[in-house]
Ligand binder design. Sequence first.
Ligand code: FES
Length: 139
Amino acid sequence: MTVGERIAPVDEVPEETTVLFTVREVATDERTEGILVRSNGTITSWLNYCQHLTHIRLDKGSGAGLRDGEIVCTNHGAMFDADTGQCTYGPCEGAYLNALDVTIENDGVYLTDDAYEFVALGPAETDDLDLTSTSNVEF
Ligand code: FES
């Protein structure tokens, strides 16, 4: 049985930040981004977009911040439980990040989500640069 496409070696997923990667959504053929997060001895994966403003990336290319097992959105301070994806604090409290299915096997993290295909590590290439994505004053 195939386990999907390898995103990264397990030991290259750090404790203190996220690993950014690009996937292609099978249904739309559009590229989007995911992140790997290490938490409580396992690795979870989420689409790289806040649930307050869903065009805002959590990992803007240099890793999203993690604090006490939570992913921090730097725009307005929302915090997401790295295990469940639930927003525990901030303007979207109660909302959930969109999960990507991953499996750990043979010391690697593999994308096993039928809705997405792995493209590459790093950000999705896009022409519509979002100049507001680093702002902390957006509401
Ligand atoms: S965009 Fe993430 S908290 Fe507002």
